[in-house]
Design a protein around this ligand. Structure first.
Ligand code: PFF
Length: 449
């Protein structure tokens, strides 16, 4: 277990790799539609608070745990925990990775379909209503959906089977800046659309009457999902870090990058929504129903759209890799499987588990699990709002109360500001766990504030 680990070549390479895990479908697909469903500005405000008070401290904690243990999550909790029960947090993370990836790949598949559509110029000259209809038609095609789901998963599995550090760093160094450039272009484009004013107001003007326990839970869950927290993905990334890296700065940079991309996603989508009278609360299809409309404003829209969806698939794959790696590294480290065997067997199991999600809008559309939601939405709701948040709560408690003093103080040896360290330590011990716990208890009706 003590084999030397390959380390990130540069600190910025690490920041981009961690940002590669964080930036994905969560920012551009999930954030806008959840914000649209839960009232826009008020949701965004709680989201930002959740990123600062919960997300950032937990990201530092995960990186620290990973770097000290130099192991994947289950092994890290076993080594640092001194108590066998902490292993459960690692297992919970493995389960979360498994469940999330099963429907994440379905959405990844939708994006592949949009690469095909935009490269064939199928959006050109269509009305917003027709573009909206094209998404609904896709959802009615079970075979195609399962095919794309498999394709996306195969791509992810193949990369993980070859070893995570191979090339991820290089890819992200190119991918993230180009994606940023394109998003900037699209944001500016949207800001010139007729509904820009209303869209921006919807996104940034909080209507406090919309702050409900459900919205607070969703905002917190979204912060965990978007920042890749609560299941050990960042523990794995931290395990490839050397002692000289300043964790606080790196985590802050990842959080800022991730949040900018999410806000850009909102700024691209909502002006289009209001320009054409679409519904902000359209649900998981929001991104797919609005974005092609935005491209229709652009000169050279076909090329830009195709490039954009290709980049987005890569951004989604770099996130999916980190989900799969948590599960695969468990089988490698704990069960002593070879990497190839682990990647392909786990990948296949996730494929099977994800098929009902792919079929939840057609063959299985009448099957509901939680609160009348279909299989896809039920799994997303459960994994994001409960599995990741409970995982995050346990990680915060572990780091704040059970990690040895010596490990905690590693935070101060590499140029970290002592004052910042003390604030972080206080927040991770008291504020973060209490905040997560209160939201969970309030939502489940155990307490009422
Ligand atoms: N953060 C990714 C996204 O926003 O698309 C999704 C994700 C990756 C969630 C890794 C959790 C995780 F551990």
């Amino acid at each position: 277990m003590n084999r030397p680990r390959e380390l990130w070549m540069t600190r910025i390479g690490f920041v981009f790799a961690a940002a590669g895990s964080a930036i994905g479908l969560g920012n551009l697909w999930r954030f806008p539609y959840i914000a649209g469903t839960y009232g826009g500005g008020a949701f965004v405000l709680i989201y930002l608070l959740a990123v600062i008070a919960i997300g950032l401290p937990i990201m530092v904690a995960e990186l620290l745990i990973g770097r000290s243990a130099q192991l994947s999550p289950v092994g890290a909790f076993t080594r640092l925990g001194k108590n066998k029960w902490w292993k459960i947090v690692g297992w919970l993370g493995v389960a979360s990775g498994f469940v999330i990836l099963s429907y994440y790949c379905v959405v990844g598949g939708w994006i592949i379909d949009y690469i095909v559509k935009s490269s064939l110029n199928l959006f050109h000259g269509r009305s917003p209503a027709e573009i909206e209809g094209m998404f609904d038609i896709l959802l009615k095609n079970p075979l195609l959906l399962v095919f794309y789901h498999a394709l996306f998963l195969l791509l992810t599995t193949y990369i993980v089977s070859r070893g995570i550090s191979m090339g991820i760093e290089r890819w992200n160094n190119i991918l993230i800046p180009v994606l940023f450039g394109l998003l900037l272009l699209l944001t500016i484009n949207s800001l010139f659309s007729p509904g820009a004013r209303e869209g921006i107001k919807f996104l940034f003007h909080p209507d406090f009457s919309k702050i409900t326990p459900a919205a607070i839970l969703e905002a917190m869950g979204q912060a965990f999902f978007s920042l890749s927290l609560g299941m050990g993905a960042m523990i794995t990334y931290g395990s490839y870090l050397d002692r000289d890296t300043n964790l606080m700065n790196s985590a802050a940079e990842v959080c800022v990058l991730d949040t900018i991309v999410a806000l850009m996603g909102g700024m691209i989508i909502f002006p289009v929504v209001f320009s054409y009278g679409l519904a902000p609360s359209a649900g998981p299809g929001l991104f797919f129903k609005t974005l092609p409309v935005a491209f229709s404003f652009l000169p050279g829209g076909r090329l830009v759209a195709t490039l954009f969806f290709i980049l987005l698939v890569f951004a989604a794959v770099t996130s999916a890799i980190s989900l799969l790696e948590v599960v695969v590294s468990y089988f490698i480290d704990e069960r002593k499987w070879g990497r190839k065997k682990a990647a392909f067997l786990v990948g296949f199991a996730i494929f099977l588990f994800g098929v009902p999600s792919a079929l939840s809008s057609n063959l299985l559309k009448d099957v509901t699990l939680l609160k009348g939601m279909n299989i896809f939405s039920s799994l997303d709701f459960l994994a994001t709002n409960y599995m990741l948040t409970i995982g995050g709560l346990l990680i915060a408690l572990f780091c704040g109360w059970f990690l040895s003093r010596k490990t905690m103080e590693e935070m101060t040896i590499n140029g970290n500001n002592l004052f910042l360290y003390r604030i972080w330590r206080f927040v991770i011990r008291y504020i973060t766990p209490l905040a997560v716990l209160l939201v969970l208890l309030q939502k489940t009706g155990i307490i009422a504030i």
